[in-house]
Write a protein that binds this ligand. Structure first.
Ligand SMILES: [Zn+2]
Length: 758
C-alpha cells in the first residue's frame, strides 16, 4: 500500500471527509497514488502487442486441422506451452480423458419418391491452401449424436424450437416416426434434436439455409465471406443446458481414475441420430416435400416452395461413431503473485477447433498470447503483480467446453477459495467491443473500455459503443447511453469457456471480443482458415491488438488493485430490472392465455377455419395466477442500500489515499476485505442448483433450457413462467430472494470493513 503524505496527515488528524467522486484518472480499486504507478505500467503494456506477430502465430496454429485427439492438437499444445515458457511464465500441459465421438459412418439419402444421396463433403477451394487437407479433416457431423440407422418420412420444422411444433400441430402435421429437417439458427443446435425427440421424431437433419449465412447475406466463399453451397456447420449436440463437459463425468474431473458413466448411461447424448448438411444437400430433400406451404417467416433462401411435408418423401439416415476416450491437452501458465499470491486472476481462450479454426478460436487465442508475452516483458522490467495470474489455452471447447469444465471441476475447491475472476475470449473480429458477464464487474470493465482505442475510428472502444447505442436506440436507450455512468453489459448464457467458472463455481466472469462489422458464413467449416481470415475479417490484426490491450489491462488491474474492483450498485439495479421484466412477462403471458382461451371458447378458430387448408384450434391452457414478487423486490432493495453504503465507504477510502479506519494503511484489513469480495459472486449461487439441472448453480444467469446459448436471467423464475409451471414460480422467487439477501449481507460487511466510522 502506497500512501501519500497528505492523506496520512488527514487520517492521523482524525478529520472527517466529504465524499467526492475520485479524480477521473483514478482507476477503480486503486488510490490516486497507486493509479499513477499502474497507469505507467499499462502504458508500457499497451505498446507491446504486435499485429504482425498475431498474424504469424495464426498462420502457424491454423496450418492443419487441430480438433480434440488429433496430432496437430497435441503439437499446438506443446508449442503453446513452450511459448508461455519463453515469455517467462511457468507452463504445463494438464491432461484429461474424455468421451469424444468421431464419425465412422454417415449416410443421408432420399429413398422415395425419387432417390438422391447427400455428398456430406466440403470440396477443396482452389486458391485456399488448407481447404484440401481432407486426410486430417474431421468429416461433417454433430458430435454426441447417438448411433442410429433410421428410415422415415421427412418433415420440415423451421428452426425446430418448441414454438415451431405448436405451428406444426395447428397444421395437423405430426413428426412421430419421422425424420425432421431443421434450419440452423433460432436456437443453439443441440436444442433441435432434443425437442424433435420430445415430439417423437426418430432422426434429425440440420442444414444451413442460404438466407441465414449463405448467398442471402452476401457473396459466398471464396469470392466473399459467406457460406458456399457445400459448406457445412459442424458442432456438438450434447445436451449442454443440462451440463457441459465430458458426458461421462458430470461434476467431477475426467482424470485417469475418475468414476465414469457408461456411454449408454450418459444423459447428455442425443436420443435420436443427427447429422448436419449443406444447403446443396438439403435442396433436393426439401424440394421433395409436399403438404401445406409453410408460413412466410419459415421460408429460407432456396429457390423452392417450402412445405411442411411429409407426403411421399422418405429419408434414410445412418450415423455411427467411434466412441473411444480421447486425451485433452489444456495448457496452464502461471505468473506468480507477490503479496496476494493466493488470489488468482484467470484468463482463458480455447485452442482446439473443428477443423483449421482460424477465426474460431485462433483469432482470440493470438490476442491472449500477445498479452502473455507483454506481461512477461513487464515482469522482466520489474513489474510484479500482487495476485497470481493464470493463463489457460483450453482444449475441447468445441465438443462442449470439455477442457475448461474438466479443469474447473478438478480444481473446484481451490477455485472456490482463490479465484478472483475469470476473463474469457473466443473468436475475435472487427467492430465493437462486446462485453458480457457479471454485473458486479460492469463498472470495472467500463473503466477498462475507456482506456482502449478503437483502431479504425480513433475514439475509445467505450465511446464507439456509446455512439452505437445512441444511433440505434429508442429515445429511452439514447437517454440512458448519454446519462448513465456506465454502459450496460449483457448477461452470459453459454457457448464458451466461462460457463464452468461463472455458472458452476460462482467465479465472477467477463467475456470479451470485437465483432459486428465482420460478416461470415464459414463457422465450423473447413473454410474457417487462415486464407478466409486474412481476406475477410480483421485482416490487419488491429482488432486483435485492441482485444489484447483490453483483456490484458483488465487482467493487470484485477491483479494489481489494492481493493478488488467490484461494485454492487449496477448489480442491484440490474437485478431490479430483471424482476420488473419478470413481472411484465407474467402479465403478458396472463393476457395472452386469457385472450386465447376466450377465443377458443367463443368458437373463433372453428368459424375462421378455411376447410381447404384446415387449421386445428389450439387447446385451452391454465390461466396464469398472480405471483408473489415481494420477497425478491425487498431483497433487491436491501442489496441497493448495501451497494450504496459500500460505494460511500469506497469513495472515502480513495479520498483518504487508501488509508482505512483509524489510520491503518492496509495490508491486513484489506486482505480480509478482498477475501470477502472474492466470495460475492459465490453468494449468488446455491449448492442445489437449478431444477432439472443441478450442475448449474448460479441463480441470476444460465443458458436457456430451450435456447441453449441464449441467456435466461433469474432462470428458475423465468423458465417456470415461460413454461407455464405456475406452481413452482413462488418457490423459485424465494430462492432468488435468498441469494440477493446473502449478497446484501456480504456487501454490508464489506462496506463496514472499508468504512471510517466503525
Ligand atoms: Zn470457439
Amino acid at each position: 500500500m502506497r500512501l501519500s503524505a497528505s492523506s496520512l496527515l488527514f487520517a492521523l488528524g482524525g478529520l472527517t471527509f466529504t465524499p467526492k467522486a475520485p479524480a477521473p484518472d483514478t482507476i477503480r480499486g486503486f488510490t490516486p497514488e497507486s493509479s499513477r504507478v499502474e497507469r505507467d505500467w499499462e502504458t508500457r503494456f499497451r505498446a507491446i502487442p504486435d499485429p504482425a506477430r498475431m498474424r504469424g502465430m495464426m498462420e502457424r496454429l491454423a496450418a492443419r486441422p487441430h480438433h480434440v485427439g488429433s496430432p496437430y492438437d497435441r503439437t499446438n499444445a506443446e508449442w503453446l506451452r513452450d511459448q508461455f515458457r519463453s515469455f517467462g511464465w511457468q507452463a504445463e500441459i494438464e491432461n484429461f480423458d474424455v468421451l469424444f465421438p468421431t464419425p465412422k459412418e454417415r449416410v443421408v439419402e432420399l429413398v422415395a419418391p425419387t432417390t438422391f444421396k447427400a455428398k456430406l463433403q466440403e470440396p477443396t477451394v482452389p486458391g485456399d491452401p488448407t481447404s484440401g487437407q481432407h486426410e486430417e479433416q474431421l468429416p461433417t457431423y454433430n458430435a454426441y449424436s447417438i448411433d442410429g440407422d433410421v428410415t422415415g418420412p421427412l418433415v420440415f420444422v423451421n428452426y425446430g424450437v418448441p414454438a415451431d411444433y405448436e405451428e406444426l400441430e395447428r397444421h395437423g402435421v405430426s413428426v412421430k416416426g419421422a425424420i425432421v429437417i431443421a434450419k440452423y439458427g433460432g436456437s443453439w443446435r443441440g436444442i433441435k434434436p432434443k425437442v424433435a425427440a420430445e415430439h417423437g421424431a426418430i432422426g434429425c437433419l440440420i442444414y444451413s439455409d442460404p438466407k441465414d449465412d449463405g448467398y442471402g447475406d452476401g457473396a459466398v466463399f471464396p469470392k466473399g465471406p459467406m457460406r458456399p453451397r457445400d459448406g457445412v456447420q459442424r458442432g456438438s449436440v450434447a445436451d449442454m443446458p443440462t451440463y457441459p463437459g465430458d458426458p461421462l463425468t458430470p461434476g467431477i474431473g475426467a482424470t485417469k481414475d475418475a468414476k465414469r458413466y457408461s456411454v449408454a448411461e450418459a444423459p447428455t447424448i442425443t436420443k435420436i441420430p443427427v447429422l448436419p448438411i449443406s444447403y446443396g444437400d438439403a435442396e433436393p430433400l426439401l424440394s421433395a416435400l409436399t403438404g401445406d406451404v409453410v408460413p412466410a417467416s419459415w421460408r429460407g433462401g432456396l429457390p423452392i416452395t417450402y412445405r411442411f411435408g411429409p407426403g411421399q418423401a422418405r429419408v434414410h439416415l445412418r450415423v455411427k461413431s467411434d466412441w473411444s476416450l480421447k486425451t485433452l491437452n489444456d495448457v496452464i501458465a502461471r505468473l506468480p503473485g507477490t503479496t496476494e499470491a493466493d488470489e488468482w486472476v484467470i484468463r482463458g481462450n480455447h485452442h482446439d477447433a473443428w477443423v483449421n479454426g482460424a477465426e474460431d478460436p485462433i483469432s482470440g487465442l493470438v490476442a491472449e498470447l500477445e498479452e502473455a508475452r507483454a506481461l512477461g516483458d513487464l515482469y522482466k522490467q520489474g513489474w510484479r503483480p500482487k495476485r497470481t495470474i493464470i493463463y489457460a489455452a483450453w482444449d475441447g471447447e468445441e465438443p462442449g467446453l470439455l477442457g475448461s469444465t474438466e479443469w474447473a471441476e478438478t480444481h473446484a475447491d481451490e477455485l472456490r477459495q482463490h479465484a478472483v475472476a475469470y476473463l474469457n475470449s473466443d473468436t475475435n473480429g472487427r467492430g465493437y467491443l462486446g462485453v458480457e458477464g457479471s454485473h458486479s464487474l460492469e463498472k470495472f470493465i467500463n473503466g477498462v473500455e475507456k482506456d482502449v482505442l478503437d483502431p479504425e475510428s480513433n475514439v475509445s472502444s467505450w465511446k464507439r459503443n456509446q455512439f452505437r447505442d445512441i444511433a440505434r436506440g429508442t429515445p429511452e436507450a439514447r437517454r440512458e447511453a448519454r446519462d448513465r455512468e456506465d454502459l450496460r453489459i449483457g448477461a452470459l448464457g453459454s457457448g464458451s469457456d466461462y460457463t464452468p467458472f461463472l455458472q458452476h463455481l460462482g467465479v465472477a466472469s467477463l467475456n470479451l471480443g470485437y465483432g459486428g462489422e465482420d460478416e461470415g458464413g464459414i463457422y465450423h467449416s473447413v473454410y474457417d482458415d487462415f486464407y478466409w481470415y486474412t481476406h475477410f475479417s480483421d485482416t490487419a490484426f488491429v482488432y486483435g491488438r485492441a482485444l489484447a490491450q483490453a483483456a490484458g489491462q483488465a487482467v493487470m488491474r484485477l491483479a494489481d488493485a489494492d481493493v478488488l474492483p467490484f461494485a454492487f450498485t449496477n448489480l442491484a439495479e440490474t437485478a431490479h430490472r430483471y424482476v420488473t421484466e419478470l413481472q411484465q412477462l407474467r402479465d403478458q403471458r396472463a393476457t395472452a392465455i386469457a385472450e386465447r382461451n376466450r377465443e377458443i371458447e367463443d368458437g373463433l378458430f372453428a368459424a375462421l377455419n378455411d376447410p381447404r387448408t384446415p387449421l386445428h384450434a389450439p387447446t385451452l391452457e391454465q390461466n396464469a395466477p398472480q405471483l408473489e414478487f415481494a420477497p425478491v423486490l425487498n431483497a433487491t432493495d436491501s442489496l441497493a442500500r448495501a451497494a450504496q453504503r459500500y460505494e460511500r465507504a469506497y469513495t472515502q477510502w480513495v479520498d483518504r489515499g487508501g488509508v482505512t479506519q483509524a489510520g491503518a494503511t492496509g495490508a491486513s484489513s484489506l486482505k480480509a476485505l478482498n477475501e470477502r469480495l472474492i466470495q460475492a459472486e459465490r453468494a449468488l449461487t446455491t449448492p442445489e442448483g437449478l431444477a432439472k439441472r443441478p450442475w448449474y448453480n448460479h441463480l441470476l444467469y444460465a443458458p436457456g433450457y430451450y435456447t441453449g446459448y441464449g441467456v435466461k436471467t433469474m432462470p428458475g423464475v423465468r423458465e417456470a413462467i415461460e413454461q407455464g409451471q405456475w406452481s413452482s414460480v413462488n418457490g423459485e422467487i424465494g430462492r432468488v430472494a435468498a441469494a440477493l439477501n446473502r449478497e446484501a449481507a456480504l456487501v454490508n460487511q464489506a462496506a463496514e470493513e472499508l468504512s471510517t466510522t466503525r
